[in-house]
Ligand binder design. Sequence first.
Ligand code: NAD
Ligand code: FES
Length: 280
Amino acid sequence: MNKIVAKKDLAPNIKLIEVRSPEIAEKAKPGQFVILRVDEKGERFPLTLVDWDRQKGTITLIFLEVGVSTKKLGTLQVQDEILDIVGPLGIPSEIRHYGKVCIIGGGVGTASAYPIIRALKTAGNRVVSIVGARTAQLLILEDEIRKFSDEFYVSTDDGTKGHEGFVTDVLNELIQKGYDFDVVYAIGPAVMMRAVAEVTRPHRIKTIVSLNPIMVDGMGMCGACRVTVGGKTRFACVDGPEFDAHQVDFGELIKRQRMFLAEEKLALQLWENRGCSCHE
Ligand code: NAD
Ligand code: FES
């Protein structure tokens, strides 16, 4: 169970794995996620389901190696097993015929946008996709997303590919040109999702974001993923992860995401120095 059957480097520190997990593959829907534990001592962390193959019984996950858990996951090779994977979790995206939709993926959040782009295109929407990364080397899934998009735009912060600047510049430009989107989806860093919400708010465009707070149980019991939406406390794992962007308290989300930054940094230092005698 949970055996890695394929592995690919997509960009520096961004990896794709295909894992044998027939029960999750059977039920997976766009917008849902899984919670993994790499080994007995590992923490639990969420990853969005990027793709699934019900016939092969596999799921595809993409992750940025940023902390101990994702770095540990990145060390596993084809044929290795992940200790536990729970899912699919979360309420699936509402896939229907909206009309004209714009889907924005920022950085590794692009991986989470991909299944939604695919499903919205298949549902008959006119799909405009905007994908952004800090630099061209960090862009992922361009060909896959282009295939399911009527229009496809790229931005890089440093201008190495596409528009030089943020995804929000591209969105703003399209709106100024008269694109009347029925819905905008944004998935990426919280600062990006907040910026997208501020672009669409004055135009009253329905905007959906997929929130990524710290999660532990993924069952609505531990409270780790608490977010405030429309002044009410919601749990991203069971009430989300998708919410109305114009109602989300992004300031609180960003603060809570950084709650354990010092501990995460220390854990990473200890893990990277494992095996050396400096901590004995
Ligand atoms: P990043 O910091 O490189 O940013 C990616 C893009 O987002 C940038 O190129 C830019 O276009 C846009 N952006 C960033 N800051 C912005 C701002 N202030 N205003 C407007 N646009 C801005 O992204 P990364 O390092 O790859 O990190 C990806 C993030 O996505 C992580 O924080 C991860 O937790 C998150 N993520 C979210 C989900 C989800 O479901 N919401 C899923 C996977 C990853
Ligand atoms: Fe525990 Fe959501 S992760 S309540």
